[in-house]
Design a protein around this ligand. Sequence first.
Ligand code: 1HN
Length: 321
Amino acid sequence: MTTRATERSFRDTLFADLETAALDLPGARSDSLIQPKRDEVRPYHWRWAEIERFFQPSTEVLTPGEAGAERRILRLANPGIPDRTVTLTLSVSVQYLLPGEVAPAHRHTPCAIRFFVRGGAAYTTVEGHKCVMEPGDLVLTPPLMWHDHGNEGPEPVVWIDALDFPLVRYLDAVVYEHGHVDRQAVDALKTSDQRYGWSGLRPIQDEGAGYPLLHYHWAETHEALRRLAEVEATPFDDVAMEYVNPATGRSVFPTMACWIQMLRPGVRTRAHRQTSSAVYYVVSGHGHSIVGGYSVTVQDVPALKALGLYREEPHPDGHQP
Ligand code: 1HN
């Protein structure tokens, strides 16, 4: 009785003292030496119709450029993540701009991609390069490059934004600056299209560094995928191509990769799993994953590979039950 009481009070006192000293003794309580995989991120399906019905109401409560609201975005908030991001490393949103609206210039260390969904005459200006976006176009905003967006057409415009914000925040490396102007001055000679026709050629001065290509046009993307589909496919992803930085041949960003993918009609891919996370946007087509359609993904694979943390394995039975 006395021994037990003494023992308990010894432990209690020890843990209280450890707490005061800001120390932990893992394993002595229910916690383990290495905490298990964080399981709050859940697989989740956001239906486009559900997102779309909030476009109009969002204009009633928020105007970009007013009262600190720099952007009008509907952010995908994973029901398991308290910080309301889509995965623990990625933030994905749908941005909606009315005719004449401008999302003012700012810049930050997290990088972004835009995948344009619909509407005419929307632009994003990245560091003075004005990119006029059409459906299916991909535009990059590399770290710390100034960016502002605007809708110069008569219809509302919609695009998808994906950022590595949660990862950069976890690394405590967020730098965020507001611009002094809403719209950057555009350098007419400095467009991404002017320097790169996506011809497989690069200006010789662009070797190995920077972000020379900012705008990937849907017409070329679609054609490349269609041509590849005629000759080759893969067992796990069917026909998939990665957007690359032509100066390096690598992923568009060190933290984030983008793929464009086609599942040919009737195809059933084999099951696999990875340590990485990914978000799919269905561009066209339908199916119980997607059959006979196109999708674009953003993934955190480059960050995991750079850190030596990427693992991938096939499902032992080939397909899931
Ligand atoms: C951002 O800067 C944009 O520039 C969109 O359009 C979404 C989500 C989180 C943080 C910054 C944009 C964003 C964002």
